[in-house]
Design a protein around this ligand. Structure first.
Ligand code: GLY
Length: 488
């Protein structure tokens, strides 16, 4: 039996020593104190020995390339000492022999590697010289240890850490190097194959669950895991719908928002991810109404791409999509104001309620662990009004930024019924006409793009986007239900 699509080989894709040297020397130039990092630990699920899938802290990946649970690091004057856990009794029996510290640190290009038990003394010695700098991670057990060392309470939710270190990490991580872009290109290429496989297996009667299984199997086969919970739904108007309980119905549209992140086979390049969305008709042909809306979303996508270039504010990229969608809403008789007024007051948000995208990198919403510090200027708070409060980025774009561009049109009952929104937009919206949209669903088109020296480099250009190419990708694949034995 031949697979529906050829998987790119999970060949090694390793960052060079120079890549880590660049990152570490830039951080040390910005922070004149010893930097102590602690990585995530294994998190127990139902039993101590059975944990959730491990995911390293992105800052630890960025500065050390180390993807091991329970690792720590001390970075000072450009030199990195990595601290790794030693094998526990019984590890060799249950998990196989553990290579020595030097072998496990090989891809991290560190200056020294020591057992993690020695980190405490190394921190105490560093503290003799004054303060140390650190950042909280998404594991408050680890943060308790960091709080003890730094003498200040640190927690993930409060975006805590050394201000200079956070600022330097934001500046550095925002601008991707050629090696980082190559890693993201790989994540996007494999995620593209997963989307295509799901499109070809789409037909009425197939369960959403079976298609999620296929999507994630395609990632796993290439050494990736989902970079975020896969969204695969006929309820595309639920922006982050995580239920997969339905069976595909003729006439419906399927929205797939999924992307993989590079896993262990990618060594010190692990963690970089893709974030792609396509919407296609379950039976292979959009209805005339679906087709018309699809084309508007595609037009909004093109307007955003045209606006994305070095120096442009990301807000302008958002407004370009919002303007196309506002014009459509005016043409449909849903809005009674000009395009300019609609975008200024956020009235486009009745159909397009989210921001046009976000930074992408080691995290799917890259740097969002630092709130808006990595994605808004220090003198410009995020807008709070309807239609723009979910805009996750508004900086002048620079070459090397990788962002998503993901306009959409949705019929969201919760918006149509929201008294505060109805009051704030008032007569600008024809609320009676909007009623006819209930049940339409949602359409989103999302691509991953690098801001280039002039314009953009679309990483996901191989994933069909034009309406007829999308339709052509649907169906024709293997009968999945039988293969996976997944019931509806
Ligand atoms: N595509 C998933 C997200 O942006 O959160």
């Amino acid at each position: 039996m031949t697979p529906p699509h050829r998987l790119p080989a999970a060949a090694s894709l390793q960052f060079s020593p120079a890549e880590f040297e660049r990152r570490r020397s830039a951080i040390c130039a910005a922070v004149d104190r010893p930097i102590v990092l602690l990585g995530h630990r294994d998190v127990p699920r139902n039993l101590p020995a059975y944990g959730y899938p491990f995911r390293q802290s992105s800052d630890v990946l960025y500065l050390t390339g180390c993807n091991e649970a329970g690792a720590g690091a001390l970075l000072h004057d450009g030199a990195l000492t990595l601290f790794l856990p030693e094998a526990a009794p019984g590890d060799a029996l249950w998990h196989g022999p553990m290579p020595g510290l030097e072998a496990r640190a090989a891809g991290c290009y560190c200056d020294a590697v020591r057992p993690i038990a020695e980190l405490e003394d190394a921190v105490a010695a560093a503290l003799q010289g004054g303060a140390i700098a650190t950042v909280a991670v998404a594991d408050d057990r680890v943060n308790q240890q960091l709080s003890w060392w730094t003498g200040r309470p640190l927690s993930f939710g409060d975006v805590c850490g050394d201000d200079d270190l956070i600022e330097a990490l934001c500046v550095l991580r925002r601008r991707k190097s050629d090696e980082e872009i190559a890693a993201m290109r790989r994540a996007v290429a494999i995620s593209t194959q997963a989307h295509l496989a799901v499109a070809s297996a789409t037909r009425p009667g197939v369960s959403e669950r079976a298609l999620v299984a296929l999507f994630e199997a395609m990632l796993a086969g290439a050494g990736l895991s989902p970079g975020y919970a896969t969204i695969l739904t006929q309820r595309g108007e639920i922006l982050h719908c995580h239920s997969h309980d339905d069976v595909l119905a003729a006439g419906a549209m399927l929205l797939v928002d999924g992307g993989g992140e590079l896993g262990a086979p990618y060594g010190n390049a692990a963690g970089y991810c893709a974030d792609l969305t396509r919407t296609w008709p379950v039976s292979g042909r959009f209805s005339p109404r679906q087709a018309a809306v699809y084309d508007v979303v595609h037009q909004a996508w093109r307007a955003s791409i045209a606006a994305a270039r070095p120096g442009a504010r990301y807000r302008a990229v958002h407004d370009a999509a919002a303007s196309v969608i506002a014009q459509f809403a005016i043409d449909e008789g849903l809005l009674r104001v000009s395009v300019e007024d609609a975008v200024a007051m956020g009235a486009h948000g009745v159909l397009f309620p989210h921001g046009v995208g976000h930074l992408l990198g080691l995290d799917v919403h890259d740097l969002e662990a630092y709130g808006d510090r990595g994605s808004y200027p220090s003198d410009g708070a995020r807008p709070t009004g309807f239609g723009s409060r979910f805009l996750r980025l508004d900086l002048p774009l620079e070459p090397g930024f990788v962002v998503t561009i993901e306009p959409g049109i949705y019929a969201v009952d919760a918006i149509f019924d929201d008294a505060a929104v109805r009051q704030s937009l008032g007569d600008a919206v024809d609320w009676c006409k909007l009623e006819a949209w209930r049940g339409f669903g949602g359409i989103r088109i999302e691509d991953d793009v690098v801001i280039a020296d002039a314009g953009v480099d679309i990483l996901s250009c191989d994933l069909p986007r034009g309406r007829s190419e999308v339709e052509a990708a649907v169906g024709g694949g293997m009968a999945l239900e039988a293969l996976l034995r997944v019931g509806g």
